[in-house]
Design a protein around this ligand. Structure first.
Ligand code: ARG
Ligand code: GLU
Length: 697
């Protein structure tokens, strides 16, 4: 009987540990630590995050502010996704040295390629500063007064934080502004490209397989952190040396099996797990269909041109990937929200909330929140849709339009001061180099013609002939002179005249409505979060992702995408060969990889049955930004590299369903196999620490 009780208790923890969540690494003690151990982890909270001793967190970095990477050698070697290093790989590529197509492997330190602008950031420590941030903030203040007080308090805390000269600070809001944390950071700016597989491995399956399981992508690339001789951050210099980390991840070469514990440690970007039902409905019914359609139109043009011309393929690689990635995600998200009944379930939660308010006699204090949110979401709907479409049309697709949008900001700056004008002009001029390097005017015109009808009936292809910005030289020339001269020339330019009308409309008619309603929504959502946690205290609440370091954990597990179909949790090299389509732009397989497969020449990287694992899935709750995050086993070894989620679970940013939400990881054995057997870069393997038997002592 007693045993049964313990068993039931144990199963209950295991179940709750499978509910998702992205947790704050400095607060794992207690519930999260117990959860993790119930799932098989042997790690303590202090093994994962500690301020005084080295811990796993010292091996994890925010990669260029968008992805995650981890240190995997005492020489500062960094592992991240191929798609996270994609922009850098592209920037070093040309028709002669096509690293996108053929891959790149530095054979010595001297061959590693510097990357202007690329940086990584470590988290030195995390502190709860809620009290100090909210000091003097009172209920009677207006939202604007509150924000201003929070701002000045935060600035004061950052000024007074004890830190080294080379360290930085930031304060971030959690639980919709009910809690605040301070992060002391350390940023390194000399990050060099060390290795990347060809896209036929690193991007195998491309858009067809993106967001989809079963998956067979070797989505990884290697970089290295360089530091000055004191091991401190420094701008790029020939004299910099490989960085010596406080901790690097050993690699668990035994890999994983089904049901093994895994945790994913990284920098998830944004989630909206506590949105009211009305807001989910708005995203799914009003916003997603439009953004999907506009991107589909842009992609049609880009894809056709990339296939037809290698130069364009290289130029548009990153842009295409960025546009296609969210496009496909939104399609999956809409399907998932429908299939999981997320909106109805969120409505159930809302009724439960209202009932609890009733029971606890709190209707008077909090009863207005949901109806008021409903009213505000309805009020903002039209504006929200238009605003999103403006962003797509004028900042995310046609680059001529994007440039014109930036130039309107130069004009605005000129209104305020010559110094502001000068600063923005310099910014635009330097951005133009990169823009024109990767733009083809005919392709851009095609994109413009495809995209603009989703925004307006006023289409004018002739602006592409008339504008000075059809070449870099004439564009730069136009921007020469005093602010008065530049503004005059700009306002005579056909493309500028065209775009300015829409930009003005945006600032005069769209933004003001948005800026009026949106802060009200935010303020109410903060109250809602607070009230939810108070009146339904038995639910588990984790803070929405906000680009800060988080831990999520679960198990290696398959799932049932639909009736009578079960997806196994691990894929193998055999599956790569099953998908192989000779010469195909998505599913070609390099000759060398075919040979290794034919000979089963897997070195020490095959599993116990002699097969080579490629990818696996787990119940870790991840989102965009978790790309490149390490998947860590029960003993603190690296066993995989997070890079995606499964199609049926892409709605997890708004509604996490543990039955069908899975994250996708590259198996570290595949990474090692590609580095060693495919690329012959044994020297990189030698830098790492490979452990067998989980490194158990
Ligand atoms: N879906 C993954 C993520 O959200 C991978 C994207 C890279 N692959 C691609 N085909 N765009 O970033
Ligand atoms: N590929 C995503 C990224 O770049 C991670 C996948 C996801 O959104 O879960 O961060």
């Amino acid at each position: 009987m007693k045993f049964l009780k313990i068993l039931v208790f144990f199963i209950a923890i295991q179940m709750s540990a499978q509910q998702g969540g992205m947790w704050i690494p400095s607060l794992l003690q207690g519930m999260n630590e117990n959860d993790m151990q119930s799932l098989g982890s042997k790690l303590t909270a202090a093994d994962i995050y500690s301020v005084n001793a080295s811990s796993l967190k010292d091996a994890v970095v925010h990669f260029n502010g968008g992805c995650t990477a981890e240190v995997i050698s005492p020489e500062g070697l960094l592992l991240t996704n191929h798609h996270c290093g994609f922009g850098q790989i592209q920037s070093h590529s040309s028709l002669e040295n096509d690293y996108l197509k053929d891959g790149f492997w530095a054979s010595t330190l001297a061959d590693e390629l510097p990357n202007n602008g690329l940086y990584v950031e470590f988290i030195v420590r995390i502190e709860d500063v809620t009290q100090q941030v909210l000091e003097g903030v009172t209920e009677t203040m207006t939202d604007r007064e509150k924000q201003s007080k929070i701002g000045s308090n935060s600035a004061k805390i950052e000024r007074e934080t004890k830190k080294e000269d080379w360290q930085g600070t930031k304060i971030k809001a959690f639980y919709k502004g009910n809690q605040y944390f301070l992060f002391v950071t350390e940023r390194y700016d000399d990050i060099r490209l060390v290795g990347a597989p060809p896209s036929s491995i690193g991007k195998f399956g491309s858009d067809t397989d993106n967001w989809v399981w079963p998956r067979h992508t070797g989505d990884f690339s290697l970089f290295r952190i360089y530091a000055n001789k004191q091991n401190q951050p420094a701008k790029y210099s020939k004299d910099n040396v490989p960085f010596k980390p406080k901790h690097f991840l050993p690699i668990g070469i035994d890999g994983i099996s089904e049901d093994d514990f895994t945790m994913v440690f990284g920098f998830p970007g944004t989630t909206d797990e506590y949105l009211p039902a009305i807001a989910i409905a708005q995203t799914v019914e009003k916003i997603n269909p439009k953004t999907i359609a506009i991107r589909e139109a842009a992609l049609k043009v880009i894809d056709a041109n990339m296939k037809a011309d290698d130069q364009i393929r290289i130029q548009y690689a990153s842009k295409q990937a960025r546009i296609a990635n969210a496009w496909k995600k939104w399609i999956g998200e809409n399907l998932g929200i429908k299939k999981s009944g997320a909106i109805a379930k969120r409505k159930d939660l809302e009724s439960e909330f209202t009932k609890a308010l009733e029971t606890k006699k709190l209707l008077e204090t909090y009863g207005h929140i949901l109806p008021e949110l409903e009213r505000l979401y309805n009020a903002i709907e039209e504006t929200a849709v238009k605003r999103r479409m403006f962003i797509e049309a004028f900042t995310g697709t046609s680059e001529l339009m994007q440039l014109m949008f930036r130039l309107t900001q130069v004009e605005n700056a000129a209104m305020s001061s010559d110094a502001d004008f000068e600063r923005l002009r310099t910014n635009v001029l330097s951005a133009m180099d990169g823009l024109y390097k990767n733009m083809n005017l005919e392709v851009d015109k095609g994109i413009y013609l495809a995209v603009m009808p989703f925004y307006t009936t006023n289409i004018d292809a002739s602006i592409y002939e008339k504008t000075a910005f059809k070449t870099l030289e004439t564009g730069k020339k136009l921007l020469e002179g005093t602010s008065k001269e530049v503004l005059e020339k700009l306002n005579n330019d056909a493309a500028y005249q065209y775009a300015k009308v829409f930009v003005n409309d945006f600032y005069n008619n769209i933004e003001p409505v948005f800026r009026d309603i949106n802060p009200k929504i935010n303020a109410l959502e903060q109250q809602y979060m607070k009230a939810l946690m108070m009146v339904l205290p038995n639910q588990r609440y984790f803070p929405d992702a906000n680009g800060t370091l988080r831990v999520t954990y679960g198990k290696v597990k398959g799932y049932e995408p639909r009736d009578a179909v079960y997806y196994e949790p691990i894929t193998y090299l055999d599956g790569v060969m099953e998908k192989y389509v000779p010469g195909d732009y998505e599913f070609d397989v390099p000759q060398k990889l075919q040979e290794l497969y034919a000979k089963k020449d897997y070195g020490p990287y095959a599993d116990a049955t002699g097969k080579l694992p490629v990818c696996f899935i787990g119940t870790n709750h991840t989102t965009g930004g978790n790309s490149g995050s390490p998947a860590i086993d029960a003993y603190g070894n690296l066993v995989g590299l997070n890079f995606d989620r499964v199609w049926e679970g892409t709605m997890s940013d708004m509604y996490y369903d543990p039955e069908i939400c899975r994250n996708i990881m590259v198996d570290v054995r595949y990474v090692l196999f590609i580095i060693d057997k495919y690329a012959g870069a044994k020297h990189l393997i030698n830098e790492m620490k490979l452990v067998r038997n989980k490194g158990k002592k």
